[in-house]
Design a protein around this ligand. Structure first.
Ligand code: NAP
Ligand code: MG
Length: 496
């Protein structure tokens, strides 16, 4: 196999990365001196060791972020224009390091290098570019009061940064998730402690270097590498003003409980079990390609995966066969192999979780098409379609986070909507049809934060993203994200 990036270059990129945590502008070890290994999920080999940050390190990082947020700090006194230019510069620097980021994402997460290079890294840069423009456009209002004497009072609002933000992110899109969190927080003028996932800390460390190089003052962005206990310490910390979390629903609930102490602001993005409704009048080729992409993109390790497929009866066999065939054409392999279109799952744990769902599905009576382990090294699971599924099956109810779609057929539009909404989640949903009226009618009735019509997986820094129901609290992306990072202060003046 000829790799897209040769071995000396890999050594150089991985070797030159800071393998320490970023606290108060310095690259430091954990207080305990302990480290943990980050693995390459394609080979199961250790890539590097990074500091094992725990509560004490989280506390140090919070104190640095608090100091950087002081009234008279360089960050708080910086003009909005300058702050915007710095955030924009981070986007530029990400693009300058496109190849390095793509390599680190592929090595650490397993995803194909080509995909990271074409999608993850440019998207992350675009988030910083888009958010940077808002730094100079965060405005309050002058508000005519309702019952007050208009000549006696002048009232207006100020939008102020919420303060010290803890940001806890998952391993499926490590750089993109870091950008979604850090970009708007910096544009809003907050300070940050970021905790990347234990499985994928590397791209966040390179991002930290670039943020410092762009001119962000020391302590404004801190990065604590570690496990769930470091995240828990941040979520519970009395001097953190806000926590933004992306990950599992289970941990999301723990975050809410931990945040209750000082009632810190909380936003959550908690995954989904997104329904994909294919009507018989759809452009079938488009529906097959879109539905396959909905579930197989990013190894299925995607919160918006279209993991529940509902196809109208007359085209059910054709659509399911088409998706199975698309799955067969996927080339599983090392993300650095240019032929690869799907990488391994991120970890042994995730491999066990996904294959565990397949075992349960078989025992519940579903037919499992695909789903084999590929190779004897690395966490590869073949694209999988489950047929003969029922609504009460585990694989239909719970988020699997792997390349596994549960297919079922339906008879009528009136039947499918309650079924499609029959989930505790509400992150994404999709509909394939040529009938525009039916498309909008369905889109309106689907209870989800994003609905795709005749496509899937499309997103943009300018478009709000988040969940209904147990898929989360709040919206990221777009100007909506600033509601998470700004407080509103009302100032009332007696003019008499
Ligand atoms: P997870 O445990 O929810 O991890 C997400 C982040 O939270 C990681 O940085 C994790 O740190 C941290 N964390 C763990 N326990 C914490 C706690 N008590 N307090 C604060 N932070 C904590 O997710 P996972 O175990 O990696 O994956 C499990 C399942 O979650 C997946 O199978 C999938 O269903 C779902 N998931 C959803 C998304 C999404 O985009 N919504 C992303 C990833 C996973 P460590 O990684 O260091 O433990
Ligand atoms: Mg790793």
């Amino acid at each position: 196999m000829t790799l897209a990036v040769d071995e000396p270059r890999i050594q150089q990129v991985v070797g030159s990365l800071n393998h320490k945590m970023l606290i108060n502008g310095e690259w430091v070890d954990a207080a305990s001196g302990r480290t943990f290994d980050s693995l390459n999920p394609a080979t199961e080999e250790v890539l590097v060791s990074v500091p094992y940050g725990q509560a004490e390190d989280a506390d140090r990082a919070v104190r640095a972020a608090r100091a950087a947020f002081a009234e008279d700090s360089a960050w708080r006194r910086m003009s909005h224009g300058q702050r915007g230019r710095i955030v924009h510069k981070v986007g530029d620097l990400i693009l300058e390091h496109l190849e390095e980021f793509a390599l680190l994402e592929s090595l650490d997460n397993g995803k194909p290098y080509a995909v990271a290079k074409a999608m993850d890294v440019p998207m992350a840069a675009d988030v910083f570019h888009y958010m940077s423009g808002w730094a100079t456009k965060i405005e309050g209002n002058t508000i005519p009061a309702s019952a007050l004497d208009p000549q006696a009072y002048l009232s207006f609002t100020l939008r102020e940064p919420v303060g010290v933000c803890a940001q806890i992110i998952p391993w499926n899109f490590p750089l993109v998730m870091a950008a979604w969190k850090v970009g708007p927080a910096l544009a809003a003028g907050c300070t940050v402690v970021l905790k990347p996932a234990e499985q994928t800390p590397l791209s966040a460390l390179l991002l930290g270097e670039l943020v410092m190089r762009a001119g962000v003052p020391a302590g404004v962005l801190n990065i604590v590498t570690g496990f769930g206990d470091a995240g828990a310490a941040l979520a519970a910390h009395p001097d953190v003003d806000k926590v933004a979390f992306t990950g599992s629903t289970e941990v999301g609930r723990e975050i809410v409980r931990a945040a209750a102490g000082n009632l810190k602001k909380v936003t959550l993005e908690l995954g989904g079990k997104s329904p994909n409704v294919v009507y018989a009048d759809a452009d079938i080729d488009k529906a097959i390609a879109g539905s396959a992409d909905a579930i197989f993109f990013n190894q299925g390790e995607s919160c918006i995966a279209g993991s529940r497929l509902y196809v109208e009866e007359p085209v059910y066999d054709q659509v399911v066969e088409g998706i199975v065939e698309q799955g067969r054409q996927i080339r599983l392999g090392n993300g650095l192999d240019p032929q690869t279109t799907m990488g391994p799952l991120v970890s042994q744990e995730q491999f066990d979780r996904v294959t565990g769902y397949l075992d349960v599905s078989r025992s519940e009576g579903a037919t499992v098409i695909g789903g084999d382990r590929v190779g004897d090294r690395g966490y590869f699971v073949a694209p999988t379609v489950l047929t003969g599924t029922r609504e009460d099956m585990k694989a239909v109810r719970e988020e699997i986070f792997g390349p596994v779609v549960a297919a079922a057929q339906f008879r009528a539009e009136t039947d499918i909507l309650p079924t499609a909404n029959n989930t505790n989640y509400g992150l994404g949903a999709g509909v394939f049809t040529r009938d525009i009226t039916k498309a909008y009618r369905t889109a309106r009735r689907l209870r989800a934060g994003t609905v795709w019509i005749n496509t899937w997986n499309v997103g943009d820094a300018a478009l709000p993203f988040g969940g209904y129901k147990e898929s989360g609290w709040g919206r990221e992306q777009g100007h909506a994200v600033f509601d998470n990072y700004l407080e509103t202060k009302t100032v009332i003046t007696d003019l008499s």
